[in-house]
Write a protein that binds this ligand. Structure first.
Ligand code: ADP
Length: 649
C-alpha cells in the first residue's frame, strides 16, 4: 500500500467533509474526467494519423450493480499509464489537465509567431478541458467507501488498477482490461441516517443526475436502460389469459449533448427555447423574452437568458435566490451564480458558459472574479436593452412584464441610492391620472406643456381613490398630469431619484409645489395672519397631531387637507409603520384649510363668538375626515362618530 502524502490526506479529509456541499456532484466530476480523457484522445488523433477513431468510439458509459453496490463510469479515452496513475491519483491537487492546458497554450504562443493573441483562436486551444484542479476525482469518496480505477493508456498493452478506501493510501496493481480508456468503479456507501446513498444504485437516480449536471457534455453518456415488452401469445394459445411481460435492456443516450446556448438564435426555434426554459427552470409558462449572447475573443462565453412570463411565488421572499447557471465547457459548475445578476434583474433565468473561467478547487466558488464581472456587465446591459426594446415595440407585453417585475426595478433604484437610476428609470411605468393608462416618465414629459418644471405624483392605495384626492385634483385642475403611485416602494424610489431629466419629482401631498401664483400665496399668508387666533386655537385642539394649521393656497373644492412637510410623506409613514421593525417614524403633518369653503366661515364665527368647544370639536372633525380622504386611519373612531352624532342632534 502506498500512502497518501500528508497534505493530500488533509486535503482529502477536507474535501470529503466540507468543500463539496452536495454529494451528488460526484457523478458530474467523474463524467467530466471521462469527457476530458476523450477530448485528449480526440485531439491527439488530430495530429497523430496512426490513431483512427470512429464516431462511436468516444462514449461514456454509466452502469450500476445493485447487489454489489457499485456504480461504474467508463470511458474510451486516453487512459493512464502506471506512472500517470501514480502521479494523477496519488497526489491530490495535482492536475494533469492543467499541465496539458498550459503546454497547449505555450505551444500555441510559439506557433503564433509573436503576432499576439488574435481574435480567432487556433484550433488546439478549443480543447475544452473542464477540470483544472486535481480534486474532482476525489469527490467520489463522498459517496463511495472504496474506489477502483482500471485504466489502459492508449497504445499500451498493460492495464493497471488503482484502488483506495480514501483514508490512508492506495494500491496500484496490474489488471485486465480490453480496450483503452478508464473504468472508475465506486463501491457505494451504506445508507446513513441523513443520507440515502441507495438512490445512486437506481436507473432513475443516475439518469436524473446525468441530465441535471452533465446534460450538455459533448460525448454521449449512455446507460443500459430497463424496458418491458409484452410477449405475444403463441399461435393457438388461449388469448384470454393474462398477458406475459419480459424485461430487456437497451442502450440509451441520456444527455442531450448539444448545448442550446451555443447555437445561434436564428438556428433555434421558439419552441426549442421554450421547452428548454421550462424543463431547465421548472416553469410551466413560456418565457416572454429569450436573450442569447455569444462573445469571442480574450474572454469567450455564451449566454442564454430568459425573462419569465410570470413571477415565481417566492420572488419577494427572503428565501428567493437570484443567479444564472454557470457552466464551464458544458459542465454545470454552479446552479445559481449570484455574481452574474444585479439584484434588480433577479427574476432573469439562464445559463452562462465559458471555457475561459478559471475555477478554484471546489468549483463552487470562482477564483478570478474579474472575468465573471466582465460577463456580468454584459449580461446586465443585454437585459436592459432587451427590456427597452420590449417597452418600445411590444407595449402590451411590457406592461405585463412590468406588472410582474416592475417592483424589483424600483427597488433597484431605491436600494442603490439612485446609482442605478440612469439605467432603470426609463424602464419604469406609472399610472397617469390624465391619460388614464401606464406611461413612462419620458412620455409624461413629452405630454407636458412647455414650461412645466416638475413631474407630479401622488402615492396611495388605489388609483381610483388617489385620483379624487383634493391634493391631486388641485394639480390636475390646473392642467398638469399626476402620476398615481400605488406600490409601497414607489415613493421611496421617486424620492431617491429626486429628478428625472432635470425635472424635479414632486409629491402633490408635500409642501410647496410651486404651482400657486405669488398672488395666491400672498393671499393665503394674509388669511393665515388674519386668522391667527383661530389657528392657534385649532392647533391647540389637535395637540401634537400636527405641526401647523394654515390656509391652503391650492385647495379648490375640499374644506381641508392634510399634507406633510419635510421628507416623510403620509404614505411613507403608513408603509414604514407596517414594516416588521417599525421605527415609529412620523411625518410632519400640516392641516391646510380652504379659506373660501363655507365650513371655514363657520369656524371663524365660532371663534368670534368665543365658543372654544365648538372650535375644538369641529377642528377634530375636519382633521379626521381629511385623514379618511387620505386613506389613513382615524386615531379615535369612537370619538369621531360621537362628534358626527352630536352635530346631527
Ligand atoms: P481534474 O479532473 O480537475 O484535473 P481530478 O482529481 O478529477 O482532477 O483528476 C486528476 C487527474 O487524473 C486528471 O487531471 C487526469 O489526468 C487524471 N484522470 C482522472 N480521471 C481520468 C480518466 N477517466 N481518464 C484519464 N485520466 C483521468
Amino acid at each position: 500500500m502506498r500512502k497518501f502524502k500528508t497534505e493530500s490526506k488533509k486535503l482529502l479529509d477536507l474535501m470529503i467533509n466540507s468543500i463539496y456541499t452536495n454529494r451528488e456532484i460526484f457523478l458530474r466530476e467523474l463524467i467530466s474526467n471521462a469527457s476530458d480523457a476523450e477530448d485528449k484522445l480526440y485531439f491527439k488523433s488530430l495530429t497523430d494519423k496512426s490513431i483512427k477513431l470512429k464516431k462511436d468510439d468516444l462514449v461514456i458509459r454509466v452502469s450500476f450493480d445493485e447487489d454489489a453496490r457499485t456504480v461504474t463510469v467508463s470511458d474510451s479515452g486516453i487512459g493512464m499509464t502506471a506512472d500517470e496513475l501514480e502521479k494523477n491519483l496519488g497526489v491530490i491537487a495535482h492536475s494533469d489537465s492543467l499541465e496539458f492546458k498550459q503546454a497547449q497554450a505555450a505551444a500555441e504562443e510559439s506557433a503564433d509567431d509573436g503576432k499576439g493573441k488574435g481574435k480567432k483562436k487556433p484550433a488546439a486551444s478549443s480543447v475544452d478541458i473542464i477540470g483544472q484542479f486535481g480534486v474532482g476525482f476525489y469527490s467520489a469518496f463522498m459517496v463511495a467507501s472504496k474506489v477502483r480505477v482500471v485504466t489502459k493508456a492508449y497504445g499500451a498493452d498493460t492495464a493497471y488498477a488503482w484502488e483506495s478506501d480514501g483514508v490512508e493510501g492506495y494500491t496500484i496493481t496490474e489488471a485486465e482490461k480490453e480496450g483503452h480508456g478508464t473504468d472508475v468503479i465506486l463501491t457505494i456507501k451504506e445508507n446513513e441516517e441523513d443520507e440515502n446513498y441507495d438512490t445512486y444504485l437506481t436507473e432513475p437516480g443516475l439518469k436524473q443526475l446525468i441530465r441535471r449536471y452533465s446534460n450538455y457534455v459533448r460525448y454521449p453518456v449512455q446507460m443500459e436502460c430497463m424496458h418491458q415488452r409484452k410477449i405475444e401469445p403463441e399461435e393457438g394459445a388461449d388469448d384470454t389469459s393474462d398477458p406475459q411481460w419480459e424485461t430487456y435492456y437497451e442502450t440509451e443516450t441520456i444527455n442531450s449533448m448539444v448545448p442550446i446556448w451555443k447555437r445561434r438564435k436564428q438556428d433555434v426555434t421558439d419552441e426549442e427555447y421554450n421547452e428548454f426554459y421550462k424543463s431547465q427552470f421548472h416553469d410551466f409558462a413560456d418565457p416572454v423574452r429569450t436573450i442569447s449572447v455569444h462573445a469571442e475573443g480574450a474572454l469567450s462565453y455564451d449566454v442564454l437568458m430568459f425573462i419569465p412570463g410570470r413571477a415565481p411565488f417566492d420572488l419577494y421572499s427572503k428565501d428567493y435566490q437570484k443567479g444564472l447557471e454557470l457552466y464551464s465547457s458544458n459542465v454545470l459548475i454552479m446552479d445559481k451564480c449570484e455574481e452574474l445578476l444585479p439584484d434588480h434583474y433577479n427574476f432573469v433565468r439562464g445559463v452562462v458558459d465559458s471555457q475561459d473561467l478559471t475555477l478554484n478547487i471546489s468549483r463552487e466558488t470562482l477564483q478570478h472574479n474579474s472575468q465573471l464581472r466582465a460577463i456580468a456587465k454584459k449580461v446586465e446591459s443585454k437585459i436592459t436593452s432587451e427590456l427597452t426594446k420590449m417597452r418600445d415595440n411590444d407595449r402590451e407585453a411590457y406592461e405585463q412584464f412590468f406588472e410582474n417585475f416592475g417592483r424589483g426595478l424600483k427597488f433597484g433604484i431605491y436600494t442603490s441610492y439612485g446609482a442605478h437610476a440612469a439605467e432603470l428609470a426609463p424602464l419604469l411605468l406609472f399610472y397617469s391620472a390624465k391619460q388614464e393608462k401606464m406611461i413612462t416618465l419620458d412620455e409624461y414629459l413629452e405630454a407636458a406643456e412647455e414650461g412645466q418644471e416638475a413631474i407630479y405624483y401622488a402615492a396611495g392605495e388605489e388609483v381610483e381613490r388617489l385620483s379624487k384626492m383634493p391634493m391631486v385634483t388641485s394639480v390636475t385642475g390646473r392642467g398638469y398630469d399626476v402620476l398615481l403611485c400605488t406600490q409601497d416602494v414607489d415613493e421611496f424610489c421617486l424620492q431617491t431619484m429626486m429628478n428625472y431629466n432635470d425635472k424635479q419629482l414632486l409629491n402633490v401631498a408635500g409642501g410647496d409645489l410651486g404651482l400657486e401664483t405669488e398672488a395666491d400665496k400672498e393671499a393665503a399668508e394674509a388669511a393665515t395672519e388674519a386668522n391667527k387666533d383661530l389657528f392657534e386655537a385649532m392647533a391647540n385642539a389637535l395637540g401634537d397631531k400636527v405641526v401647523k394649521v394654515a390656509v391652503s393656497a391650492r385647495l379648490t373644492d375640499a374644506p381641508a387637507a392634510i399634507t406633510a412637510q419635510g421628507p416623510v410623506s403620509l404614505e411613507m409613514e403608513k408603509i414604514m409603520s407596517q414594516m416588521p421593525d417599525a421605527s415609529g417614524i412620523k411625518s410632519e403633518r400640516v392641516l391646510e384649510l380652504n379659506a373660501s369653503h363655507p365650513v371655514f366661515e363657520v369656524l371663524q364665527k365660532a371663534q368670534e363668538a368665543g365658543d372654544a368647544d365648538k372650535v375644538a370639536s369641529y377642528t377634530n372633525l375636519l382633521y379626521d375626515q381629511a385623514l379618511l380622504v387620505e386613506g389613513l386611519p382615524v386615531d379615535d373612531p369612537v370619538a369621531f362618530s360621537q362628534a358626527i352624532c352630536a352635530l346631527m342632534k
